[in-house]
Design a protein. Structure first.
Length: 155
């Protein structure tokens, strides 16, 4: 399930209006739920650009060269200046940009941040299993087979 592409100022004048580009797995039900919530909070302002990595047209070159497999392993985002953030820092930045930074503010404290980072590490390693999906190895194999069968091999 991916969000519809909307023509923005960026698509009209090539100058990004978004502050962060969030790469998410559109085949992950929990990820889609979070993206839908964040999209509502963005309220059409275009502060966050949502990019579904599961979309067959996903292009790593358009997203700081973050390939599908890498993006599937951990959440990634690209800042408007081209810098890459990943893991819990993605949530901190997105929520802050959307005016809800208070939700993740406690994770900036060393002890709380350390604990939340370890919880995220565990979540990232179990995400596919917990959402009833096959292993990343199987997903990659299936994806290669699916997109090579139609002559458009993707990684």
């Amino acid at each position: 399930m991916s969000l519809p592409e909307v023509q923005t100022k960026e698509s009209r004048n090539n100058s990004p209006t978004w502050k962060i580009k969030l790469l998410y797995d559109g085949e992950c039900p929990l990820c889609v739920k979070e993206v839908n919530l964040l999209s509502k909070k963005d309220a059409g302002r275009g502060l966050v650009k949502f990019v579904d990595i599961a979309n067959p047209n996903y292009n790593a070159a358009d997203n700081a060269n973050i390939d599908y497999e890498t993006a599937m392993g951990r959440i990634h985002a690209v800042m408007a200046d081209g810098s890459i953030v990943k893991n819990v820092e993605v949530f901190r930045r997105v929520y802050e940009i959307l005016g809800m930074g208070w939700i993740y503010a406690p994770t900036k404290l060393p002890v709380i941040g350390f604990i939340v980072d370890r919880i995220y590490d565990l979540w990232a390693s179990l995400r596919l299993f917990l959402t009833g999906r096959p292993s990343l190895k199987t997903i990659m194999s299936d994806r290669a087979q699916k997109f090579c069968d139609d002559g458009t091999c993707v990684k």
